[in-house]
Ligand binder design. Structure first.
Ligand code: COS
Length: 384
């Protein structure tokens, strides 16, 4: 749902200008330094971009899902690292609190997350628990009016910058699966938390991940999200339903950027006496990419509208994530091909995008997990 078309268009226009003028020219710098420059962080804050999805009553913009994916269509046209920096506050690092937190928890954390004063991270994955998220081992043992958390979380986006973590931990060791898991808000400066070294990733330089290690971390019981034990896995899944749709939107945007760059290259690059864009085999790659991007864009918008109508979009979010991220991978591959040898060297952005977008098919649930979710939901619906 778009609440006010005119206001949204003003925001989208200013984002497009910001991406074109402030972010795209800094992409190489971010890739080379593996860092988002401080002045960009300040601009992201000033534009209110940390609080896009946080309701206005907590200081954010409270965008709807349809508005959010339209925003992602703009922000995703540059290095994913920029979006990643604000991504956790708008997504996996805040949505658990927003969906299932108590009013006190929302009042305590959401305003800081909305302004960007606080950064957040989502701690689900562990060394031995990735796709099988319900098998996580991190424990939270009740001790009076505290819980004591022990365990290691892996590949945690924005962990090196985070002030608060949403941590999924097992409060009931007798329940091995999802029912024994609870979600906590844990502040970074709590004694016993340490970070592993920054992961050296294939791409997305400037977006940082690391282990987060919890050793006898005493967390007040008031930090249990919503004050209810045993529902932390469901909180995590609901967070991911939304996150998956957002990643799908980003994949559309990244594919559009790669295709725009490649179209330009194909128009300028001459072989056999004419621009390569005039060759039908190049045209086939351009046309296939355009068509697939259009299909993904339609899916994302449809799923977003359904979520705004209050429908359960678990299936549609997984369909969108699977199709859009795989599409993005195919487009990246074709775009390198259109660039030929130039696509394999770092002078052109496509070499970097090819590596950056590879992650889309993995994080917030691999393509194979999306397939599993879609098929399971189909079977469940057929039997109900
Ligand atoms: N919304 C609300 N509740 C959900 C849900 C959703 N989207 N998905 C599952 N649940 C509930 C189920 O209804 C079930 O509840 P009951 O026990 O009351 O019936 C419970 O959660 C357990 O669900 P399920 O049985 O499906 O769990 P499984 O362990 O079989 O596996 C998968 C679930 C594989 C889908 C899950 O572990 C997953 O998404 N893994 C990928 C994790 C991931 O994306 N990691 C990325 C890193 S985080 S950036």
């Amino acid at each position: 749902m778009i609440r006010d078309t005119e206001t949204l268009q003003i925001l989208l226009d200013s984002l497009r200008q910001f991406v074109n003028e402030a972010l795209i020219p800094r992409e190489n710098e971010v890739a080379e330094t593996d860092n988002i420059p401080d002045d960009i962080v300040v601009q992201l804050q000033e534009m209110g971009l940390f609080g896009l999805t946080i309701p206005e009553e907590f200081g954010g913009m409270g965008v709807t899902m349809e508005e959010e994916v339209n925003i992602a269509f703009e922000l995703g046209r540059t290095s994913p690292a920029f979006r990643s920096y604000i991504g956790t506050n708008n997504g996996i690092g805040s949505i658990g609190i927003l969906l299932d937190g108590s009013q006190e928890q929302k009042l305590k954390y959401l305003p800081g997350l909305a302004s960007g004063e606080l950064l957040s991270a989502f701690c689900l994955t562990e060394p031995d628990s990735g796709s099988d998220a319900a098998s996580l081992k991190t424990s939270a043992v009740r001790d009076g009016d505290h819980y004591i958390i022990n365990g290691t979380k892996r590949f945690i986006t924005n962990a090196p910058h985070a002030d608060i973590f949403t941590v999924m931990a097992r409060t009931n060791p007798d329940i091995k699966g999802s029912g024994g898991i609870s979600a906590f808000i844990v502040e970074r400066d709590t004694a016993g938390i340490s970070l592993g070294k920054r992961d050296n990733k294939m791409g997305q330089k400037g977006a940082h991940t690391s282990d987060v290690i919890f050793e006898n971390v005493r967390v007040p019981a008031s930090q249990l999200i919503g004050g209810v034990e045993g529902v932390g896995f469901k909180t995590a899944m609901k967070v991911l339903d939304k996150g998956r749709l957002h990643i799908a939107a980003l994949s559309v945007a990244a594919a559009e950027r790669m295709l725009a760059d490649s179209l330009q290259y194909a128009i300028e690059r001459k072989q056999f006496g004419k621009p390569i864009a005039e060759f039908q085999l190049i045209q086939a790659m351009l046309a296939d990419s355009k068509t697939e991007i259009y299909a993904a864009r339609c899916m994302v918008l449809d799923a977003a509208k359904k979520r705004d109508q209050g429908l359960n979009i678990g299936t549609e979010a997984s369909c969108s994530k699977m199709f859009a991220t795989e599409m993005c991978g195919r487009v990246a591959d074709r775009c390198v091909q259109i660039h030929g040898g130039a696509g394999y060297v770092s002078e052109y952005a496509i070499e970097r995008f090819y590596r950056d977008v590879r992650l889309f098919r993995i994080y917030e649930g691999t393509t194979q997990i999306q397939q599993l979710v879609i098929a399971r939901n189909m079977i469940r619906d057929a039997q109900s």
